[in-house]
Design a protein around this ligand. Structure first.
Ligand code: 9UX
Length: 72
């Protein structure tokens, strides 16, 4: 199963920030793909909800040094 989640990510000031957030998210088990848009402060993540949760993804973004919130 695959679901898509959108997050607001603030604190990213350059494209390297976006790359590091993307790498952190993509390193999680159950994440199929992640795209981070530094210009719009957004992250779009495709994942298997049996293996990883929106909250774990959000915490991973925070642990990378940014502020994240799920967008419904
Ligand atoms: Mo470069 Mo982006 O150190 O915060 S990765 S500005």
């Amino acid at each position: 199963e695959k679901v898509v989640a959108l997050f607001s990510v603030t604190g990213m000031t350059c494209s390297a920030c976006a790359v590091s957030v993307e790498k952190a998210i993509k390193g999680l088990p159950g994440v199929h793909d992640a795209a981070v848009d530094v210009l719009n402060d957004r992250a779009r993540v495709i994942f298997n909800p049996a293996l990883v949760s929106e909250d774990v993804i959000r915490e991973t973004i925070e642990d990378a040094g940014f502020q994240a919130a799920s967008i419904k």
